[in-house]
Design a protein around this ligand. Structure first.
Ligand SMILES: *Cc1c(COP(=O)(O)O)cnc(C)c1O
Length: 392
């Protein structure tokens, strides 16, 4: 089956849909059993998409988790109320006191904070590594290293990792390889073809796709699925059927949306790269992006999210650029149909294995589904405001 067909059909099992195109939203805590035999059957099969108790899921969440694990190609998919819960629970499912984590230096900020503020209290140490470390990862592996965590491309600065090399070195020491695959959206990068053991996503972003729900997913291979499933369950992780429904609804149009996000973002990025105010574009499809060769080798395309470095700009000038935008809205998250803009702050503090150096401020853009000419005009006017403010 081709990929676009899978996006449309995955998880659309009559058992969940009841014959409709989409599954009903099944809201339940208690599930009623008609007999002791039925209850015993539910207990025996509760880990395997059998109605048992709301926390184990209902037909709506079964349909969504089945769809995501089919699309990413793993043994099963655990669901969480947001992407951050998916990251922390996937990690906690495999860690114990005394363990060591190798964490990519360009990780999503809350992932770093979780290591620094929560794992340290549990007696678990973290070493941050350069996303471009490649074979050098071998020297950072300790006898107690349990997890190698990757995020590719890296948050805000977009370095693309050599996932297969890193994963195969980690596997020599039986280390669990976890990837934050949110940028790839389960479509642009196929984690299990490159040696990843557990692929985590903030489905909040492109899968939901409409900025109206939060949900996290973690798909594991055969080796790690039983423990990921049971330990996430013991951590109390479950999702609302309404959110699972919205995520499933968003999923069906993921392929066509991504194609448009990709096309518009590349147009905007190319245009920006020619503007005198712009020093550099941080986008995996650009030649000078660290790891661009791995992007070409391993990814099937790009999406709407990238950053740019301005040549210069003080706080007042950036404020005047941002405050006057009309199509680009200011706000966190990305992956919805709308364009977003924000200044990326604190990169000096958020990189410890590497050092962040840039000509000027960094702006992150999410290119939505608006007409690209309107977006470019909005950005040009913003750069004009920047220039004017710098003259003052
Ligand atoms: C947004 C994001 C998350 C967290 O997802 P939430 O659903 O907001 O908790 C994790 N990783 C990456 C790369 C993200 O962009």
């Amino acid at each position: 089956m081709k990929h676009d067909t899978k996006i449309v059909s995955a998880g659309r099992n009559k058992q969940w849909t009841g014959g409709g195109v989409n599954p009903p939203v099944q809201r339940a805590s208690t599930i009623i059993f008609d007999s002791v035999a039925e209850m015993k059957h539910a207990i025996a099969n509760r880990a395997d998409k059998t109605l048992f108790y709301g926390r184990r899921g209902t037909t709506t969440s079964f349909a969504f988790s089945e769809a995501i694990s089919e699309i990413e190609g793993g043994a099963g998919c655990a669901l969480y109320p947001c992407g951050t819960a998916a990251i922390t629970s996937a990690m906690l499912s495999f860690l114990k006191a005394g363990d060591h984590v190798l964490m990519v230096d360009t990780a999503y900020e809350p992932t770093r904070d979780f290591c620094n503020k929560i794992l340290t209290n549990l007696g678990i140490t973290t070493t941050y590594y350069d996303p471009m470390i490649g074979e050098g990862i071998r020297e950072l592996i300790q006898a107690n290293t349990r997890i190698l965590f990757l995020e590719s491309p890296g948050s805000n600065t977009m370095e693309v990792q050599d996932v297969p090399t890193l994963a195969s070195i980690a596997h020599e020491s039986d280390i669990v390889v976890i990837l934050d695959n949110t940028w790839g959206a389960g479509v642009l990068f196929k984690p299990f073809d490159f040696g990843v053991d557990i692929s985590v996503q903030a489905a909040t972003k492109y899968i939901v796709g409409h900025s109206d729900a939060m949900i996290g997913t973690a798909v594991a291979n055969d080796k790690y699925w039983p423990q990921l499933r049971e330990h996430s369950y013991l951590l109390g992780q479950c999702v609302s059927p309404d959110d699972a429904y919205l995520a499933l609804r968003g999923l069906r149009t993921l392929s066509v949306r991504l194609k448009q996000h990709q096309e518009s973002a590349l147009k905007v990025a190319l245009w920006l790269s020619e503007q005198p105010e712009v020093d550099k574009i941080l986008h995996p499809a650009f030649n000078d992006c660290p790891g661009h060769q791995f992007f070409n080798r391993d990814f099937s395309g790009s999406n709407g999210l990238f950053s740019l470095v301005l040549n210069r700009g003080d706080e007042q000038a950036i404020t005047s650029l941002l405050d006057g935008m009309s199509h680009f809205k200011m706000g966190f998250s990305w992956g919805g149909f709308e364009s977003l803009i924000l200044q990326v702050n604190g990169l000096d503090r958020l990189r410890t294995a590497t050092t962040w150096q840039a000509a000027g401020p960094v702006i992150r853009l999410h290119i939505g589904l608006e007409d690209v000419d309107d977006l470019i005009a909005d950005l040009r006017a913003g750069l004009d405001r920047l220039n004017l403010a710098l003259l003052k």
